[in-house]
Design a protein around this ligand. Structure first.
Ligand code: HEM
Length: 127
């Protein structure tokens, strides 16, 4: 018997709405605007693919882009603790907006928190 993954529980439709709500906020956040492209359409498309596989769904990101190597892919951008916090606050608000609640929210957010910490590559003192 196959277990339900977090992706199965959330569903593609809600995950896509979450990503849209998230990048709407990223595009307006003063700490994040400087490092993101003006047009976030392609970024959102990749993030939908990535989060689908991150949550146990089909490996859509890897099929198109290869191994995620997320930390390496973030190296061109100065990611400070402040920016990690901003990213996570946009995600938390997006989860509220699309009403992503238990049984999925706490674990999902906790994982994103750890991944976000792992992306930090620049000390605030270097800014
Ligand atoms: C791409 C910033 C955390 C997943 C990007 C890009 C930026 C960025 C500037 C490039 C956007 C583009 O050129 O289209 C940040 C910041 C973070 C953060 C400031 C705060 C810690 C995360 C986390 C995840 C993630 C936690 C996953 C859970 C991705 C993915 C891409 C991406 C999948 C697309 C990579 C590609 O080009 O194929 N991020 N990110 N990021 N980020 Fe993040």
């Amino acid at each position: 018997e196959k277990m339900n993954t977090p992706f199965d529980i959330i569903g593609a439709d809600k995950l896509h709405k979450l990503v849209e709500a998230f990048y709407n906020r990223v595009g307006q956040h003063p700490d994040l605007i400087p490092i993101f492209p003006n047009n976030l359409t392609e970024t959102a498309r990749k993030q939908k693919q990535f989060l689908t596989q991150y949550l146990g769904g089909p490996p859509l990101y890897t099929a198109e882009h290869g191994h995620p190597m997320l930390r390496a892919r973030h190296m061109p951008f100065e990611i400070t603790e402040t920016r990690a916090k901003a990213w996570l606050s946009c995600m938390n608000e997006a989860m509220d907006e699309v009403e992503l609640f238990e049984p999925i929210r706490e674990d999902f957010y906790a994982r994103l928190f750890l991944t976000a910490q792992h992306m930090v590559n620049t000390s605030e003192n270097d800014m």
